[in-house]
Design a protein around this ligand. Structure first.
Ligand code: 13P
Length: 278
């Protein structure tokens, strides 16, 4: 069932559990994510990043995302991840995405507020939810960020003001994660104290980007201390490649099956890790 982001995330915040937001960049991954969520009877934010529009177009992502979301009973949010400009987000909304993220976190606060308000006005008048980011989750995530950048921690004052002024439905905060793989595969140190302060100060659900490689204990604690939505991307590529290598096959069909299976396992792991946490 295709639903908006606000209802799913507000229910999760009230229930103290997390919602996984996996990024798909193939039509197979889209199908696998929806079927996995449905098998576990757990909502997800089925996400497509603007940075991946060179691999599948926004139109294809919208069509296949809506098709699969509407085919199952489990609530599925079709979410546009890391939207970079108003025109792209407007197209996504017009094509049926039920949630969008504007990432203007590299801009100054005033510009981030101005651009976010523009998206909120358009999206809310069409029943679509909006996520924005304050502070900056850096790192390198192929296609998503389009480059390497440093993280800037979110301050409590900025987050509170930003949420008040923009009317966003959820807010991505920076507390120590980064996009992509961590150096030497070390798990990052998260600032849980800052997270608890942010959670107390900001009324809307908080979002953690850069979920891959963060470590199960960190993520469980992050959800306990105030994170509602968890974005994951890189771990799906790693999980798929591991399954493909293990299959030791030259058959393209078997490779495709292994890729689907790898992604299914990774999503199952993250859903069981955070969506059942109370
Ligand atoms: P990872 O690739 O580190 O999981 O980050 C994903 C993400 O935050 C997408 O928005």
């Amino acid at each position: 069932m295709l639903v908006d982001g606000k209802s799913v995330l507000n229910a999760a915040k009230a229930g103290h559990y997390g919602i996984v937001a996996p990024d798909f960049l193939t039509l197979n991954a889209c199908r696998t994510f929806v079927q996995t969520a449905d098998a576990l009877k757990t909502p997800i934010l089925l996400s497509f990043a603007q940075g991946h529009a060179g691999l599948i177009s926004l139109e294809e992502a919208a069509l296949v995302g809506k098709y699969w979301a509407e085919k199952v009973e489990t609530p599925i949010v079709l979410h546009l991840d890391h939207g970079q400009d108003f025109d792209f987000l407007r197209r996504a909304i017009d094509l049926g995405f039920t949630s969008v993220m504007l990432d203007a976190s590299m801009e100054k606060m005033e510009e981030n507020v101005r651009r976010t308000k523009e998206v909120v006005a358009y999206a809310h008048s069409r029943g679509v939810s909006v996520e924005a980011e304050i502070g900056h989750v850096g790192g390198a995530s192929e296609g998503i960020e389009g480059g390497i950048s440093d993280s800037v921690y979110t301050t409590v004052e900025e987050a509170r003001t930003f949420a008040d002024e923009t009317g966003v439905d959820s807010l991505a905060v920076s507390i120590g994660t980064s996009h992509g793989v961590y150096q030497s595969n070390r798990t990052p140190e998260l600032n849980f104290e800052r997270l608890r302060e942010l959670s107390a100060a900001v009324p809307v659900p908080l979002v953690l980007h850069g979920g891959s490689g963060t470590g199960d204990e960190n993520l469980r604690r992050a959800v306990r201390d105030g994170i509602t939505k968890l974005n994951v991307y890189t771990d799906f590529l790693t999980g798929a490649m591991e399954e493909i290598r293990a299959a030791q096959t030259d058959s393209l069909i078997e490779i495709q099956k292994a890729e689907d299976e790898g992604m299914r396992k990774v999503l199952t792991h993250y859903i069981e890790l955070i969506s059942k946490t109370v």
